[in-house]
Design a protein around this ligand. Structure first.
Ligand code: SF4
Ligand code: SF4
Length: 413
């Protein structure tokens, strides 16, 4: 199913407009290119089933530990362990300030921008639309602007309702809400923000979480600016992060990376250390194509993430249609994590985890020629040798948060 609007079990009407037929065929061809295998029983995702929403309404996953986890996001209780001291939580919480400022400004209306609601427009689109005669030219300009505003990666995908949430969920009002979007959306500007290599290597720790918080804060600010740029040209722009729609299918289709066993997109430039967000627009941009570089084949022979995951939330073996619970996306053949086990672990350590990101052999500093050579080996028929070397050379080991502080010129207190 391609639009999410067809009632289950019903076939498409024979008199479907030719442009709709052509669009469906284009999306299906794109699915094959991206390596997506989608069954007829696929249904778009309901945001109520996202783990962060479920803990607000689903008794089966609510607990005192979850309540304590959220309480400690704002008021952490530092402990003696390295990576969980006052300075670590201070850094973590500082890094989240911009994202939280956006997410909290619509609280009185039950909104949480960037998480359950798109970033509010600063100003509506200009009355005059900039004419687009050359899609390639305007696309280059949009990509240039996105990078200027702070994006590390940018690509364009065709707008696709299948990845849009059937409804959104307000964790403040604790109710589902319609996921309303402007009519006529055509394309998606997908932006990636890289996360700090040194900090990610300290996971699990509050220090490592600062890399994630900085990624969220950067994307909230940069997306707001990028969407306003599009509106100033007279077009609609819906800036969305974790809200509104899944990001992964758009990022893969926009050529920004491949899907990995740990349920993250692995980019060529930064491996899995990237946060993806998107701007939906009616601007007729030139779309990119998937750019596989051997990740899927490498994941077939590697299970470092699944092996390192403390609660065993990641799957071993080949991709499948299996989902562990309602937080998995049904009807798509892929590696799917058990989000309940994953989040339960987060509540136990009182911060996010990302061990799977740290140990992934694609988590490298690819600005270094030797690392690029290793990446080439991973994408070749010598991938088993690359995996052996990765383990042998000690990649993926946890870096002590105290060492990160030391490198930054701060001595132990
Ligand atoms: S974030 Fe941690 S708990 Fe969750 S899947 Fe990754 S390693 Fe497992
Ligand atoms: S750790 Fe290995 S299996 Fe997991 S995503 Fe990375 S490359 Fe794939």
């Amino acid at each position: 199913m391609l639009t999410g609007q067809k009632p289950p079990g019903e076939s498409w009407p024979a008199n479907r407009p030719p442009e709709e037929e052509a669009r469906e065929q284009r999306l299906r061809a794109g699915d094959r290119e991206a390596g997506f295998e989608i069954r007829d029983d696929f249904e778009p995702f309901d945001q109520r089933n996202d783990m962060f929403c479920r803990v607000q309404w689903d008794q089966s996953v609510m607990s005192d530990a979850v309540a304590d986890f959220y309480a400690q996001q704002k008021d952490p209780k530092p402990r003696k362990a390295d990576g969980f001291r006052q300075r670590d939580f201070a850094l973590r919480n500082a890094s989240w300030v911009v994202a939280r400022t956006y997410s909290e400004r619509g609280q009185s209306e039950g909104k949480r921008e960037g998480f359950q609601d798109p970033i509010d427009p600063y100003h509506p689109p200009a009355a005059e639309k900039l004419p687009v005669d050359d899609a390639a030219q305007i696309t280059n300009e949009v990509k240039r602007v996105a990078r200027f505003l702070g994006a590390d990666l940018v690509g364009i995908a065709e707008y696709d309702e299948r990845w849009v949430y059937t409804q959104k969920f307000s964790i403040i009002a604790k109710e589902a809400r319609p996921n309303e979007l402007p009519a006529g959306l055509k394309t998606v500007i997908v932006v990636g923000h890289a996360m700090d290599y040194g900090l990610i290597n300290t996971f699990p720790s509050a220090t490592g979480s600062a890399a994630v918080g900085k990624g969220y804060s950067a994307e909230a600010a940069n997306l707001a600016m990028l969407a306003q740029y599009i509106r100033n040209l007279g077009y609609e722009a819906v800036a969305n992060m974790n809200d509104t729609a899944l990001a992964i299918p758009f990022a893969v289709k926009a050529g920004l990376g491949e899907y990995g066993r740990h349920q993250m997109v692995i980019s060529k430039e930064f491996g899995p250390r990237v946060r993806f967000s998107k701007v939906f627009t009616d601007m007729p941009l030139a779309v990119d194509r998937p750019q596989p570089f051997g990740v899927s084949e490498f994941c077939d022979i590697c299970d470092r993430c699944a092996d390192a995951c403390p609660p065993r939330a990641l799957p071993f073996g080949p991709p499948s249609f299996e989902v562990a619970n309602r937080s998995g996306l049904a009807g798509v053949k892929k590696w799917t994590s058990d989000a309940e086990k994953c989040f339960d672990y987060w509540t136990r350590i009182k911060t996010d985890c990302s061990i799977c990101m740290r140990v992934c052999p694609y988590n490298k500093d690819f600005s270094k020629p030797a690392m690029r050579a290793l990446r080439w080996l991973m994408g070749s028929r010598f991938r088993r040798l690359a995996l052996w070397l990765d383990i042998r050379l000690g990649f993926g080991k946890r870096k002590l948060p105290a060492d990160w502080w030391q490198e930054a010129g701060v001595t132990e207190r």
